[in-house]
Design a protein around this ligand. Sequence first.
Ligand SMILES: [Fe+2]
Length: 191
Amino acid sequence: MSTAASLYVPSAASVPTPTDGRPSLAGVPRPRGRDLSGPELERFVTELAERPELWIHLVKHDATQRVYEELLSDEHVTAWLICWMEDHDTGFHDHDVSAGGVAVVSGAVREERLTIEGPPAKRVFKAGSSFHFSPVDIHRVRHEGSDPAVTIHVYSPPLLQMGAYVIGADGVLARHAQSYREELRPLQAGA
Ligand SMILES: [Fe+2]
């Protein structure tokens, strides 16, 4: 990715496999044979966060954009490592039919839930903390503080589509469907 608006295409070479000599995420305990709920995803992502040997080699920061690395993708779960720096911001979005769990492994991020009346409901998550969300939740995640942050995200069913929200000049809220391959960012009215 060269700009914040460009597409991210996962690199198969970046995904640890049992054959590349690195530990595999496939053996990390989680419910098998079905999709996971938000609380189950939070437990799974916490397990991943406690095993840096699985992802530490993929940590890389870029001041111009969030850096994404796919950790796992199968029938029921996808997992991503995301590296954040100052001013990085997803904008408000949903996850279509997927629930999700997020663990912060370094730095901090701020989650905001969209409200119709009043300011967004904000929560700051620092290293060692985690949270989850369901398909009905609309949120925004922003880098918090001055230190770079690293987070791990898991989604079930696998994240294929998202909705990105924009508030028009007339105050009307609109949802733009977009592929998981497009980087989320704050949308401008008329986008
Ligand atoms: Fe999200």
